[in-house]
Design a protein around this ligand. Structure first.
Ligand code: AMX
Length: 435
């Protein structure tokens, strides 16, 4: 057994005992109450899940095992001469609960490179789809085709002990994370680059190799990918992609099935697809206004027009956050350092100056501030990555790190099948009448 797996096993056994004690001694204590409004309004604010990998504070933003995004950018290992964290390090932190050493990160880079082979029939499955298919659909078809490789499903079919679930889930997780960049890059090159594919380079770290297979060997783009893959990885357990992966996994569906389900949720415009919507919205605005950098008044007018058409302003608002998303700020800092004078970036910053005030005026938007998706597109376009329909796939490759680390914990803690109670409105009416 590799030493990271051994370490995870020890950590999981320790926490497993603590959880048992917690349930035994405090299992009947209330941590929340549920109102009728919450039941109808997306279960917002109900504490009903455990997710070990990260915790969201409405004002501060996300913390991964206690570390904020600025702290991660400072403390996680970097590549030689680089300034951005290696996502391998974040995965280690989420899985093990401790900051990794450089050696830990190198071990993961090497392990993922060794496990990255994707069988040809996965590419054949993608090839069977029309070229007009959305990249997220192609990506998910690839993941589903790869499910044949699940060691968890195979071991379950052969009859395995409950005690071993975590071990097979761990293997599936490592194999899937190792292979996702190749599948994603295949989709990109097939759809946008005439099917001219680029072979992986096993000497590169996970994010840099992904950039390389996409066709971007610029050092700046590789740094962007390391940052991008780190900050999009996890956002505690209740968001659609994390919650779906966890829910489907709770039926003992393997990592491939559970992750593909989560990716179908990420493909929704109110969740991960928002990043493509943001850049589309900005480009449309620029085109409508005749090109160049619009004035603040023009942006304001365009925002009001969007709202008057009954649409949301993409990249703004959040179900839990109530301040500017630190993932937005991290990207803004990256832009200030590397691409100060980029026209689209400057528009993103002007939109940031304009939108919150207008959303606040509406009186109903709980969070008028930008989320992670408000900035990412402009950075990608700067490096020539203009195919915005693909952006959610990048988000998805990163999201695998968080939701799959969580899935390992779900099986290690032997969490049961998830099955909350639902009621009908008829039931609610009788409840309100006191019957
Ligand atoms: N533009 C216009 N209206 C908005 C808005 C926005 N950016 N954000 C919220 N509102 C509206 C809602 O549509 C809702 O209107 P309604 O009462 O007429 O239906 C009202 O304000 C209250 O909504 P809320 O409680 O503030 O937000 P929510 O928790 O229901 O939804 C979210 C959160 C993210 C779906 C919403 O803010 C939104 O649609 N934002 C734009 C899409 C986006 O950027 N999504 C990405 C989120 C991050 C991610 O998952 N990647």
């Amino acid at each position: 057994m590799g030493y990271i797996k051994e370490k995870f096993k020890v950590k999981a056994e320790e926490l497993g005992l603590e959880v048992k004690e917690l349930i035994k001694n405090h299992g009947s204590r209330k941590i929340d109450e549920v109102t009728i409004g919450q039941v109808y309004q997306g279960m917002r604010g109900i504490t009903g899940l455990v997710s070990e990998t990260s915790l969201l504070d409405a004002n501060e933003g996300i913390r991964f095992r206690g570390y904020s995004i600025p702290e991660l950018r400072e403390h996680l290992p970097k590549t030689q001469g680089g300034a951005e964290p290696l996502p391998e390090g974040l995965f280690y932190l989420m899985l093990i609960g401790e900051l990794p050493t450089e050696a830990d990160v190198q071990y993961l880079s090497g392990m993922w490179a060794r496990r990255s082979h994707v069988p040809n029939y996965v590419f054949d499955a993608i090839e069977a789809l029309p070229i007009s298919t959305h990249p997220m659909t192609m990506f998910n078809v690839g993941i589903m085709a790869l499910q044949t490789e699940s060691v968890f499903a195979k071991a379950y079919a052969e009859g395995m002990s409950k005690k071993d679930y975590w071990s097979y889930m761990y293997e599936d997780t490592m194999n899937l994370i190792a292979r996702l960049p190749h599948i994603a890059a295949y989709v990109y090159r097939r759809k946008y680059k005439g099917g001219h594919h680029i072979q992986p380079n096993g000497m590169l770290d996970w994010a840099a190799n992904f950039a390389h297979m996409l066709g971007y060997d610029d050092d700046g783009f590789k740094e962007l990918m390391r940052l991008y893959m780190t900050i999009h990885a996890d956002h505690e357990g209740g968001n659609v992609s994390a919650h779906t992966t966890h829910l489907v996994g709770s039926a003992l569906s393997d990592a491939y099935l559970a992750f593909a389900a989560g990716m179908n949720g990420l493909a929704g415009p109110l969740h991960g697809l928002a990043n493509q919507e943001v850049i589309k919205w900005i480009l449309n605005m620029r085109e409508e206004l005749g090109g160049g950098i619009p004035t603040k008044a023009q942006i304001e007018q365009y925002v009001r027009k969007t709202l008057s058409e009954g649409k949301v302003v993409p990249g703004y608002g959040h179900a839990v956050l109530r301040k500017t998303d630190p993932r937005f700020t991290a990207q803004m800092e990256f832009a200030k350092k590397h691409l100060q004078n980029d026209e689209l970036v400057r528009i993103v910053w002007m939109v940031y100056d304009t939108v919150p005030g207008i959303l606040q005026e509406l009186g109903k938007v709980k969070n008028p501030w930008p989320n992670v998706d408000a900035h990412s597109g402009a950075l990608l376009v700067h490096y020539g990555f203009v195919e915005y329909e693909f952006y959610t796939v990048l988000f998805g490759v990163s999201r695998a790190l968080g939701v799959l680390a969580s899935l390992c914990w779900d099986r290690a803690l032997a969490l049961p099948i998830e099955r909350p109670k639902s009621v009908t409105t008829e039931w609610m009416k009788l409840f309100v009448e006191g019957k």
